[in-house]
Design a protein around this ligand. Structure first.
Ligand SMILES: *Cc1c(COP(=O)(O)O)cnc(C)c1O
Length: 365
């Protein structure tokens, strides 16, 4: 069987270095908020080319903490609105509602799957304070129009960079394009820990300092609590693992692009619509997502032929039981996307032989 994603194989590439990192942390006797975190924060900030990086417990917390900090700073208040794509992973929405802010959904572009900047202005009200844009599937979602709208209406631009480590827009790396960004290091993400992990990147010193307290009980100084914070820290052992894997991120991106280009050049089937790439540098291929009218039929056909696929995502946030108050809303493009998308196997460790088999089976469908 060709797996959708083989995490064992991905981490086996760095087995020796990961083991050394684990031993170093175990022997150090120091497991939180120490040298390993400091080193990874410095290296990831430098990779993204931003002034500040703060390691946190996971990607959802990274986004939650950005909004929580803006509330503490008086940049936003309860009930303010945040524009967000209607077709995103639920975490983007949870980060907003958990802070008593209001998500205002905007439809994506059907071809790029990303927030349609032509539709943003119509959704802005006097309560709009930010855009949370999601670089879905690894493709940069920011364009000149979005930046212009943010400066015209004085909105904060927050990036959900969970899927887009290393994607570029106008030479800037995802995480350095907006005012702040949340990153996830969930094991299956392009830069994955061996457990949960996340980070916030920003050039805003006030935001960085507020989040550095909020992630640690609201405290800059032990037992002095400035804010009602959270416990959301990135473990030393995960920071040490991430430091190992960060060194290879460019090779990983290059390998993903190779798989994507192979699919793009060789999948030839009128029933399958390939993803649109606006710019090579702007896409790091967290997922390779095709569209097809009879999606479940294609998925079963591939499964019968030994190819594992996944659906990102089967139900949009506004149709989830968790958001009953939004269930009546209608976003036809978003709902259509959820019906037709299918994610093909994609990773930096895919064998050429597997790519050939997948293309061959798809072309025979
Ligand atoms: C994975 C993901 C998150 C959340 O990250 P976790 O580390 O799992 O909390 C947020 N947004 C998007 C778009 C994601 O894909």
């Amino acid at each position: 069987m060709i797996k959708f994603l083989d995490l064992q194989k991905i981490n086996a590439q760095y087995e020796q270095e990961l083991k050394e990192a684990a031993v170093r942390v175990i022997d150090s006797g120091w497991y939180l908020m120490g040298k390993e975190l400091e080193s990874f924060e410095k290296n990831f900030a430098s990779y993204c080319n931003v002034d500040y990086c703060l390691g946190v417990a996971n990607g959802l917390d990274a986004l939650r903490l950005i909004f929580k900090a803006y509330l503490e700073m008086g940049v936003m208040e309860k009930g303010d609105e945040v524009i967000v794509p209607a077709n995103t992973y639920i975490a983007s929405i949870l980060a907003i509602t958990d802070n008593n802010l209001v998500p205002v959904f905007v439809e994506p572009n059907l071809e790029t799957f990303n927030l349609d900047s032509d539709l943003i202005e119509a959704a802005i009200t006097s309560k709009t304070k930010a855009i949370l844009t999601v670089h879905l599937y690894g493709q940069n979602s920011i364009d000149v129009k979005m930046l212009d709208i943010c400066s015209k209406f004085k909105l904060k631009l927050i990036e959900d960079g969970a899927q887009s480590h290393g994607a570029k827009f106008q030479g800037k790396i995802s995480g350095a394009i907006g005012d702040a960004a949340g990153h996830s290091f969930y094991p299956g993400k392009n830069l994955g820990a061996l457990g949960d992990g996340g980070a916030v990147t920003t050039n805003d010193s006030k935001l960085a300092s507020t989040i550095s307290a909020l992630r640690n009980y609201g405290s800059h100084k032990k037992y002095e609590n400035k804010f009602q914070g959270l416990n959301s820290r990135l473990d030393e052992i995960q920071a040490a693992f991430l430091d190992v894997k960060l060194k290879y991120i460019q090779e990983d991106i290059a390998a993903r692009r190779k798989v994507a280009n192979y699919y793009l050049e060789n999948i030839k089937n009128s029933k399958i619509v390939l993803p649109l790439v606006l710019n090579q540098e702007g896409h790091v291929w967290h997922l390779f997502v095709v569209k097809t009218e009879k999606r479940d039929e294609l998925q079963s056909y591939l499964a019968e032929n030994g190819i594992q696929t996944l659906i990102h995502y089967p139900i949009p946030p506004h149709k989830q039981p968790a958001y009953k108050e939004m269930n009546h809303l209608s976003f036809p493009i978003t709902e259509k996307i959820h019906e037709v998308v299918l994610s093909l196997p994609m990773s930096a460790v895919m064998l050429e032989e597997d790519m050939r088999i997948i293309v061959d089976i798809l072309n025979k469908y």
